[in-house]
Design a protein around this ligand. Sequence first.
Ligand SMILES: Cc1cc2nc3c(=O)[nH]c(=O)nc-3n(C[C@H](O)[C@H](O)[C@H](O)COP(=O)(O)OP(=O)(O)OC[C@H]3O[C@@H](n4cnc5c(N)ncnc54)[C@H](O)[C@@H]3O)c2cc1C
Length: 426
Amino acid sequence: MTGGRSTRRDFLKRAALAACAPLPLRPALAQGSAGRVVVIGGGFAGAVCARELHRADPRLVVTLVEANPIFTACPFSNAVIAGLRDIAAQRFGYDGLRAEDITVLHDQARTVDPQKRLVSLSGDALLGYDRLVLAPGIDIRWGALPGYDEAAAELMPHAWKAGDQTLLLRRQLEAMADGGTVVISAPANPFRCPPGPYERASLIAYYLKTKKPHSKLIVLDAKDSFSKQRLFQAAWQQLYPGILEWVSLSNGGKVTSVDPKTRALVTDFATYRADVANVIPPQRAGHIVEIAGVADQTGWCPIDPATFESRRQPGIHVIGDAAIAGAMPKSAFAANAQAKVCAAAVVALLRDETPSPPKLINTCYSLVAPDYAISIAGVYHPVNGQLADVEGAGGVSPIDAPPDFRALEATYAEAWFRTITTQTFA
Ligand SMILES: Cc1cc2nc3c(=O)[nH]c(=O)nc-3n(C[C@H](O)[C@H](O)[C@H](O)COP(=O)(O)OP(=O)(O)OC[C@H]3O[C@@H](n4cnc5c(N)ncnc54)[C@H](O)[C@@H]3O)c2cc1C
């Protein structure tokens, strides 16, 4: 990493200046200044937003606050769990952003004062802002599923934030004897990456088929339908018959409690004892949104779909998984698209201009096997205050595509990951 210490000193100087003068609700920008924007969260949404802000107007003072010096990406982490990819391929630093003169601070944002327009960090420093962008991703709702707390996650990993949890689930699968039972519990909507549990099920089934063929995988689902369902189920029938079983909500799939000591998952109809249990629990937006007062009772953040400005606190924008983005799924692709729209809106608003109405795109690839991928795409625009599908745009991979089409989509998936991580971090 470059110049961590001097960056911090510079920041402290600037923060001290910011702290001296609490800001009025709609601050007039100092003459010649394009404004100060603080972005909290340096993932797929926040890092791209910081970059786009700086590129749109290099006079802006952009500060990105990210808790971790190394970001571990979730997309393709299911391939790590299945032993098809090294975790190193998922890790990215922030030197690329620093090279563009964006101030990156590795610290936890602790409080937000929307009236004074101040953010405090756990190191006690204060940052003043004209506009604040919150991009904190998700937090797990610990305890929402009875029996599932932070200690339980060490025995029944969620692996829904990539990193140690990803590796823990991988190690558990490696240690499991051939003939064992893996159980995945998938949550009700909304949650991060709607096709993610089913991609994970596919790749774990691939691992079992190729390395532990007497084992089986059960997916217990709190839903009756899921993203790309027809495509997934056709692929499972073709590739993993007798290995992968999906239990829908109507068939008793909803997990109502877990017991980590016995690796038991309890539904209304039965108790499943797993050798490896992957519990994907209910989620909410990253905690800082509650402190900032921008979350509603759902735990997610209502926004204006043209600007991503919070409906609860003027001057604060929310992007990525944390936002309620209507028909848009919670994906890295969506986070990237929202970051760009938000950055353009913030620049326009700081200039007292009216932001243009946006169109946003999302595409999600899912690997079903190493050389077999499927995809879904959508286009979205603001309608009646919500992001809605553009009728007739988007769609899913054809159901009857030949193997070379599926293999081609797997190469597109890889290319997409290289492109988005380059745009975000390189
Ligand atoms: C298994 C899995 C597979 C997936 N596959 C795909 C895929 O193939 N395609 C796709 O498009 N999406 C995929 N996703 C979804 C994708 O990972 C998320 O939608 C995306 O990461 C959301 O971006 P974000 O910036 O909102 O959150 P994140 O990328 O999680 O970034 C949030 C950042 O904020 C930081 N942060 C939070 N609070 C604070 C604070 N108070 N102070 C400082 N920093 C803070 C965190 O440290 C984190 O780095 C997948 C997800 C999973 C779990």
